[in-house]
Design a protein around this ligand. Sequence first.
Ligand SMILES: NC(=O)c1ccc[n+]([C@@H]2O[C@H](COP(=O)([O-])OP(=O)(O)OC[C@H]3O[C@@H](n4cnc5c(N)ncnc54)[C@H](OP(=O)(O)O)[C@@H]3O)[C@@H](O)[C@H]2O)c1
Length: 312
Amino acid sequence: MAALGRPGYINLGHAQDLAYDYEGDAMEQRAHLVLDAAWASGVRYFDAARSYGLGEKFLATWLNSRGVSLDSITVGSKWGYTYTADWRIEAKAHEVKEHSLATLERQWPESLALLDGYLRLYQIHSATAESGVLENQLVLQELAKLKSEGIRIGLTLSGPSQSETLRSAMEIEIDGSRLFDSVQATWNLLEPSVGPVLAEAHAAGIGVIIKEALANGRLTDRNQEPDFASKLEVLQTESRDLGTSTDALVLAACLSQPFVDVVLSGAASLEQILSNAQACRVRLDQDILARLLRLAESPSVYWTTRSKLAWN
Ligand SMILES: NC(=O)c1ccc[n+]([C@@H]2O[C@H](COP(=O)([O-])OP(=O)(O)OC[C@H]3O[C@@H](n4cnc5c(N)ncnc54)[C@H](OP(=O)(O)O)[C@@H]3O)[C@@H](O)[C@H]2O)c1
């Protein structure tokens, strides 16, 4: 829901995707159109956050208007960032991070009010060592309380220290039981470095959700940066040979990783979700995968580039 719930996002061509139409009702209808197509394509996990503008609300109005039964899908949301862009494309701050008990206690009832019954997974949004959230006993105890009420508890990762943060999270136990049921991490053909730790998490029974599989749109035909041209050519040649789209090939590479349970689509339009969904039908052999995995860049280059993506 990150690209569907608010006018401004950090992907490459958000304004074109939204046809420069940021009016609330138009954005809600666009979100519903994309969600209808996702549903028809077989998508059954939906990912939201308190900070995705009206993302949770748009998802809730779609679920209710389509009469989606409670047990046919899973909704995950996140707490820890507050949306502050006030429906603008340019803002001093688009979202503000605070991993405190007060934020959790405020945001959980807000998420629940919109998504009660559907909401099965609640995630710490972008846990890092700096935010201190994995050492905040009050927060961890509160999450354990939600878990005891049947809500799965997850964390999402970002930045060059994803592996270290995940290792710390996997150690956390409350009253003798592991706290975290799932992790949402960035793994893609440019930045696969967290793979080995995700494999450990998966083997330990932690659900693995992949985000930013298209590197925020950088791993698509839309990326016309001269530095990316040779990599784009590899992707386009392989996808042409397989009779699929560039983005479906890249998503299929994520789906083919043995440690992956769910790969998120960040589609912002009908065309994109239909193209993304082709990934489920693409089978990659080991030779193709090996060629694709050569596209990786160093984590520091990747995260520096990502930090420079402009909100648009
Ligand atoms: N936990 C976290 O901190 C966190 C962070 C990021 C995302 N997420 C979650 O992960 C989801 C996906 O993340 P993401 O949006 O960064 O994913 P992504 O898959 O890396 O990028 C999605 C973007 O790729 C572009 N794209 C998709 N299909 C395309 C196509 N066929 N042709 C050209 N461009 C195409 C679109 O951007 P443009 O058209 O604008 O270029 C789209 O918005 C989010 O919705 C959110 O739920 C979580």
